[in-house]
Design a protein around this ligand. Structure first.
Ligand code: SAH
Length: 241
């Protein structure tokens, strides 16, 4: 009888405990609600009424506070871009969600990202695709992001330091490509490395003029169609091209 009541007490304790999560979980879920509201508000531009549930689940899971400088951790769940050093920024969570959503990823997809930055977008992609290849041109940022992603257990992300304009030919072709810095034109090597039927999301424009987030689709015959989604503001795609 005594043994029975002890078991019962344990059972009650288990049910009474909240689900295990980090200290920022509530703030993160609130941020995701704001992101979903932004997505609904801009649905006439994006053509997507609601975000894909996989994207929402990834945004709820990935600990953004671990991708920003420690002194900015308390701002990590504002729906805002934040500085990450070297004049670069981690994108606004809504933009991260929208860009990921626009790629229509399937479980088995292999994705290329240009502009690793903090590694946050790569982490979101890692949860929504099979494999992620991410290139960063600023060496200390690329190395730090690689170390961070590894320590957090993102085993399906490969990173490299280099000029993403030229893509990652050895790992091509990709089901989807995301560029997270604004380019003046779509880099031809990236079009080449996109599978027929694949999608690319890229901000086009200059630092001074309006930039637009573009969604490109490579057709089976190799031609590319494009659609303008939203005006955006990204740091420029640099490099020697
Ligand atoms: N995706 C990042 C946001 C990055 S901001 C994140 O989730 O944090 C854009 C990044 O693109 C910067 O880190 C910048 O250094 C990088 N970048 C700019 N030009 C590049 C190029 N030619 N190749 C690779 N990375 C580039």
């Amino acid at each position: 009888m005594k043994r029975h009541s002890t078991l019962l007490a344990f059972a009650c304790l288990c049910f009474a405990l909240p689900a295990q999560g980090d200290a920022f979980e509530t703030a993160r879920h609130k941020m995701v609600e704001e992101v979903a509201a932004d997505a609904a508000f801009t649905s006439s531009y994006s053509g997507r009424a609601t975000l894909n549930p996989n994207v929402v689940a990834a945004m709820k899971k990935v600990e953004r506070h671990r991708f920003v400088p420690a002194e900015l951790a308390s701002y990590a769940y504002l729906n805002r871009p934040l500085p990450i050093g070297y004049g670069q920024t981690i994108s606004q969570p809504f933009i991260v969600a929208l860009m990921t959503d626009l790629m229509n990823l399937k479980e088995g997809d292999r994705v290329l990202e240009i502009g690793t930055g903090s590694g946050y977008q790569a982490a979101i992609l890692a949860k929504t695709a099979k494999a992620v290849y991410s290139i960063e041109i600023i060496e200390p940022l690329g190395k730090e992001a690689a170390r961070r992603l590894k320590s957090m257990g993102y085993g399906n992300v490969e990173t490299r330091v280099g000029d993403g304009y030229y893509g990652w030919p050895e790992a091509a072709p990709f089901d989807a490509i995301m560029v997270t810095a604004a380019a003046s034109h779509v880099p031809p090597p990236l079009i080449k490395q996109l599978k027929p039927g694949g999608r690319m999301v890229i901000p086009l424009g200059t630092h001074f003029l309006t930039q637009y987030l573009m969604l490109l689709e490579k057709q089976v015959d190799g031609t590319v169609t494009s659609r303008q989604i939203l005006p955006v503001r990204f740091v420029p795609l640099t490099g020697g091209h």
